[in-house]
Ligand binder design. Structure first.
Ligand SMILES: Nc1ncnc2c1ncn2[C@@H]1O[C@H](COP(=O)(O)OP(=O)(O)OP(=O)(O)O)[C@@H](O)[C@H]1O
Ligand SMILES: [Mg+2]
Length: 493
């Protein structure tokens, strides 16, 4: 058969490569992966805001590259995804450096040093589009040289991305304001804390604009109250998959700051689910993959699932390292594990029963509510064998017993999930309120007390809490402010 060599056109391919679905967090993480693969133990990320001249600079102290390696690294598809990768290696497709950078901006400059020898290359996508050819600059543009700085030490790499049209709208009509630029940086900070937490715990140092990134561990490693379930080893295509379930402590055991922190990026309810790790790097998080809905009663469950890079094809890891698909071989096992721990979470949320560290379920006979065996239909039933209830029912005549049972049925029908307004479960601490606002609370309270309607502190506090201007203050705080004042008045009288 005759063939004809058909080269892709550079300009449209570039546009397509820029749009494979990275967001700023996943793009930066993919570039950080490369530094980790290059054995860096220090990665310094800088986001410089300067309107059109804004840039992102990622510097590492890894092994760097010789010129031929850099030339290859800058090639689209620098490695064959089918090749076996080193143990622990995070790269797979030979694309990340380019695709992640291009999803942020239109120019990518790299300067790298291996054993004292420096090499540099630069992709300028406007130039590539103009010429419609894959023309790579062998040296950096003059204006970049002063900004990119030097690789300190004997080896290391600096990745420099500017013309940040996608990151902050540079060169377009919609340039991000400084605050929005830096709130984006904040989100990236949080994301890196999460996806690289294992490496950070092991000593990797990452800084963003001089701020150290501290590991955010979804399983609250340091919290003695969390339940660590039994580790299980599953197999996919003869490759091991390690599964470790965790049930976090009841919300009422946290103060507000710790509760919010433990909620992570998306908050408690949305952070429940499986956390998938590939070579210690989190690639997907807080997802039941269609097996279960995300409900408040099951929000204490986070299950760690770890696979190795030789399982990439089975898990269908994507170029961005942010999406996987659960292999059919382990779906049922994972579902069964999740179901068991979701039930423990539901029990803990409803009855605040404690579970011990091995993950055994404890179902106290003194629970007033019980979990029905089928957790999809009317999941919560009253414990009709509770000793106090049994005692009462045995001491009354049949007519009263029937009435009590009818009443209990009605109670059961009022779903206990209504009790699960998480906000109310969090241990309450008084907020710091400025004096002006405090005075306003007291003025209103006084007005209400003098209104002629008989109101107690609770009712006055409730009325104020729903008034415009007081939305930010918690009911508890309003009540405390009023109570303190009432006490002072009373003690003066
Ligand atoms: N910071 C760095 N230090 C040293 N070498 C690097 C660095 N960044 C990239 N490289 C080299 O460039 C190559 C290409 O990187 P790129 O991210 O494009 O692909 P990859 O990491 O091999 O695979 P993936 O597309 O899955 O990320 C890497 O395999 C590595 O050899
Ligand atoms: Mg890579």
């Amino acid at each position: 058969m005759t063939t004809i060599n058909t080269q892709p056109s550079a300009a449209p391919v570039i546009q397509a490569l820029r749009s494979i679905g990275y967001n700023a967090q996943t793009a930066i993480s993919d570039i950080v992966d490369n530094s980790i693969d290059a054995q860096a133990d220090f990665i310094n990320i800088e986001f410089e805001y300067d309107n059109e001249e804004s840039f992102i600079r990622i510097e590492d102290n890894g092994i760097g590259m010789i010129e031929a390696e850099l030339q290859k690294a800058m090639t689209i598809g620098s490695k064959d995804p089918r090749d076996k990768r080193e143990k622990d290696e995070l790269g797979r497709f030979g694309m990340g450096l380019k695709t992640a950078s291009f999803s942020l901006g239109k120019r990518l400059c790299v300067i790298t040093k291996r054993n004292g020898t420096i090499s540099e290359r630069c992709w300028d996508l406007d130039f590539v589009s103009d010429k419609n050819e894959w023309l790579l600059y062998k040296s950096l543009p003059y204006e970049i040289k002063s900004k990119i700085g030097k690789v300190e030490g004997d080896s290391g790499t600096i990745v420099f991305i500017d013309r940040l049209d996608r990151f902050c709208g540079a060169g377009t009509k919609k340039v991000l304001k400084k605050e929005s630029f830096f709130s984006k940086v904040k989100r990236i900070h949080k994301y890196l804390e999460m996806v690289f937490h294992v490496m950070l715990e092991k000593g990797l140092l990452i800084t963003i604009n001089g701020n150290t990134i501290y590991p955010w561990n979804p399983f609250l490693e340091d919290n003695p109250r969390r339940v660590e379930g039994e580790e299980q080893i599953l197999r996919v295509n003869n490759k091991f998959v390690r599964v470790t379930p965790y049930v976090l402590p009841h919300p009422s055991t946290f103060n507000q700051v710790d509760y919010k922190y433990a909620g992570g990026l998306k908050g408690w309810r949305d952070q429940q689910g499986f956390y998938i790790y590939r070579e210690n790097r989190m690639v997907s998080f807080g997802d039941w993959y269609g097996m279960f809905p995300k409900e408040v009663p099951s929000e204490l469950v986070r299950i760690k699932v770890e696979f190795t890079n030789d399982g990439d094809a089975d898990w269908k890891i994507d170029v961005k390292k942010s999406m996987i698909s659960i292999p059919d071989e382990v779906k049922e096992d994972l579902k069964a594990i999740a179901k068991y721990y979701r039930q423990i979470s539901q029990e803990m949320m409803l009855y605040r029963t404690k579970a011990n560290r091995t993950g055994n379920r404890i179902k106290g006979t003194l629970n007033t509510w019980e979990l029905a065996t089928d957790d999809t239909n009317s999941p919560y039933i009253l414990n009709r064998t509770h000793p106090i209830l049994t005692g009462i029912l045995n001491s009354v005549d049949i007519e009263v017993r029937r009435n009590i049972n009818v009443y209990l049925k009605l109670v059961e029908l009022g779903s206990p999930t209504n009790l699960l307004k998480t906000a109310n479960l969090v241990k309450i601490e008084e907020q710091q309120i400025d004096e002006k606002l405090k005075k306003m609370v007291l003025d209103y309270a006084e007005m209400l007390f003098k209104s002629g309607i008989e109101l107690n502190v609770e009712q006055v506090a409730e009325t104020i809490s729903v008034m415009a201007g007081f939305e930010g203050i918690e009911l508890y705080t309003i009540k405390t402010i009023i109570e303190k004042e009432v006490n002072i008045h009373e003690s003066r009288c």
